[in-house]
Design a protein around this ligand. Sequence first.
Ligand code: MG
Length: 168
Amino acid sequence: MIETIKQIEGNIGFGYDIHQLVPSRKLVIGGIEIDYHLGALAHSDGDVLIHALIDAILTGIGSLDIGSHFPDTDRKYFGIDSTILLSEVMTICHSKGYKINNVSLTVILEEPKLADYIPIMKVKLANLLKVKVSDIGIAAKTNEKLGLAGESKAIIAFAAVSLNKIET
Ligand code: MG
């Protein structure tokens, strides 16, 4: 018996980001402000998780990276809410004929614990990406006190995304 398997054209994308942690800055992760005495040093709001996700989406659709689309030399992006950048990236994504299937995210920071924030991050990202909350996975890990993240000098994020071509 010959089975017909419907083939769906899909792509994957991967992204990474790191920011220094410094005093007197907000800590924003996944579009949510986190209560902590350090924040991300950045031209934008320094949302490391959304920046990694943006690079995953952009590279997954064969586009240029976040720094090419939103240069940190451009004053218009100074202090910008990274969810605005993600919305613009979703417009690019849809205009190229792709939709998000699911995303898998990892954020690495020694403290504070993010468990209480993750459910609201997932809802926020699901709305921005036009996917179900169950299609967003977020792991939060310490770096076991090792290296820059382990010493709370940096926050790091990785993002993987699966994209499908929209059927026309
Ligand atoms: Mg960044």
